[in-house]
Write a protein that binds this ligand. Structure first.
Ligand SMILES: Nc1ncnc2c1ncn2[C@@H]1O[C@H](COP(=O)(O)OP(=O)(O)OP(=O)(O)O)[C@@H](O)[C@H]1O
Ligand SMILES: [Mn+2]
Length: 515
């Protein structure tokens, strides 16, 4: 008996020791691979470039921190992260940085004229400033006193984000503020949570001590759940990981037409129930039979006990989107998409039956001028890649009239299905046979192994705070991206074959680029 006990102890001790050894080896391998990535990066970038791109630098340090934390957590938990997986993660990140350093993402752009910024800082008079500060510090619970003035250095990240929105993009490719904004969305203390009205499904507006705000959409489905085949697109649940992944995809495609979205674990009690001033919301909290904290809020769909949002037991995942400037400062216009679906079980939309539908769209304002049509086609390419059938409307900033980018909001119904594609989402491209040259060139780049879309997406998503819980997109979703990308490129090639002139299909928005 003693012999078997001591033998048992020997094996347990040996296993423990080899586990610790393995954990150290994993961390060592990971560190070495990250060093390799940094070396590759420093070789790819001139010293001047690397200095001028603090966004990349900051993102690298954030990702190293995130990735090494999750790897060491996984290692201590005894999980089986293989050497190949660690190597793969470092390679994905290296591909992402190589993509963002490519000339196609760094095209020279003329300086933005004053009238092309969405907002301008107006210096308040001393009296105005004094009365606002008194009001803010006296009335608001949990908020910091306002410390900023007209000098940019004093502005919090959310304000810098608002001031960085221009006629053609939501933020710049080398926006130094982005990592700070993302960091605050991920970690800043939540001082208020109220339900956002409008829309069909539950979402909350969260406020931070520096007056920044975010739109929180809680997790409603497991990430690997495929949309039920018998559900219509308009009754599908929204997915928090789709909102997050859409932001990464939009950025990787070089559009930058979405406000930044990150994933966050939120405490249902401390960060919602205890601090909300929304009395209606409070009445919807309950504990489930399993002892988890749940709530359902009030909205026109799925806001009932049967569709409650539940923590485990109180922590819940969700997406946090940076809030756009208030409508009173920057009004937006909502446009009905010409390729909107019928939202009916029996009716078809006109574009589904009329093969010459685009001819009439092309001659109808605002699609008859400027970039509106090719921008709509960009949006349909984005939607096809992530299989989003729910793009009924899009918005623009009213200030910029018709010559401006389309805001890609509301992506919660994307990434619902990976086993099949939905060709009808590409109808605008297929029927109009028109595409921006910059978009086509970036799509081609993303189809090449050194910049493969699935790899750069995996790399980009690994930097999200929720990636340490589980990958934001499962592998079948990532492979679907590559498959769909090939379909988009093929569709454009077919268009080119059908048309006599290249310029009939390609809208050359980058005439100086000869890459
Ligand atoms: N980041 C944001 N900042 C400010 N407003 C936003 C943001 N995202 C969405 N909104 C606004 O909130 C409203 C609802 O958002 P969203 O469309 O994402 O929700 P939804 O419940 O899916 O709506 P619907 O059912 O109409 O599709 C929209 O009118 C949109 O203008
Ligand atoms: Mn929606």
């Amino acid at each position: 008996m003693w012999a078997s006990l001591s033998q048992g102890c020997y094996w347990v001790c040996m296993r423990r020791r080899s586990r610790t050894l393995r954990a150290w080896l994993v961390i060592l391998f990971f560190t070495l691979h990250l060093l390799l990535v940094l070396m590759v990066l420093s070789m790819n970038q001139s010293p001047c470039e690397s200095l001028s791109n603090p966004d990349t630098q900051a993102s690298i340090s954030v990702s190293i921190h995130n990735a090494s934390t999750s790897v060491s957590e996984a290692a201590t938990a005894g999980s089986d992260i293989t050497e190949e997986e660690i190597k793969g993660a470092a390679e994905d990140l290296a591909k992402l940085f190589a993509l963002f350093s490519h000339p196609l993402y760094n095209l020279p752009t003329p300086p933005v004229p004053d009238s092309d910024w969405l907002l301008k800082v107006r210096t308040k008079t001393k009296e105005e400033l004094h009365s606002t500060q008194q009001l803010l510090s006296a009335n608001e619970n949990g908020y910091d006193p306002v410390q900023w003035n007209s000098s940019t250095e004093t502005h919090p990240p959310w304000l810098r984000f608002h001031l960085g929105i221009s006629r053609w993009q939501m933020y710049g490719h080398k926006d130094h503020n982005l990592p700070m904004l993302i960091q605050q969305l991920a970690a800043h203390r939540i001082v208020s949570a109220v339900q956002k009205s409008g829309g069909t499904q539950l979402k909350l507006v969260m406020s931070f001590p520096n007056y920044g705000q975010a739109l929180f959409k809680p997790m409603k489905q497991e990430r690997d759940e495929e949309t039920n085949v018998n559900l219509y697109y308009f009754s599908d649940f929204e997915r928090h990981n789709a909102e997050i992944s859409a932001f990464h995809l939009d950025r990787i495609l070089g559009f930058r037409r979405m406000p930044p979205v990150i994933g966050r674990l939120v405490n249902v009690i401390k960060e919602i129930k205890d601090i909300t001033t929304d009395h209606k919301l409070v009445t919807t909290f309950f504990t489930s039979p399993a002892g988890n904290w749940c709530f359902h809020g009030q909205c026109s769909y799925y806001c009932s006990t049967e569709h409650a949002i539940c923590g485990r037991p109180h922590m819940i995942e969700g997406s946090m989107a940076a809030m756009l400037p208030d409508l009173s400062l920057a009004p937006r216009r909502s446009w009905r998409s010409p390729w909107r679906r019928s939202y009916s079980r029996s009716k078809l939309a006109l574009w589904e039956t009329d093969s010459n539908y685009c001819d009439s769209v092309k001659t109808t304002p605002p699609y008859d001028q400027g970039t509106r049509l090719v921008d709509l086609i960009d949006m349909s390419i984005l939607d096809f890649l992530m299989s989003n059938m729910d793009r009924h409307h899009y918005e623009t900033f009213e200030k910029f009239g018709n010559d401006t980018f389309l805001i890609h909001l509301d992506n919660g119904r994307a990434f619902g299905r990976y086993s099949r594609d939905e060709p009808s989402i590409l109808a605008p491209l297929e029927q109009c046979c028109r595409v921006r040259r910059s978009t086509l060139l970036r799509l081609r780049l993303l189809s090449l192994p050194p910049y493969r879309l699935s790899d750069v997406m995996r790399g980009s998503l690994s930097r999200d705070p929720l990636a340490s819980v589980a990958p934001l997109l499962t592998e079948p979703h990532l492979s679907a991206l590559d498959r769909r990308l090939a379909t988009v490129i093929q569709t454009i090639h077919e268009c080119l074959q059908q048309h006599q002139w290249h310029s009939d299909v390609i809208y050359d928005d980058i005439t100086d680029y000869n890459g």
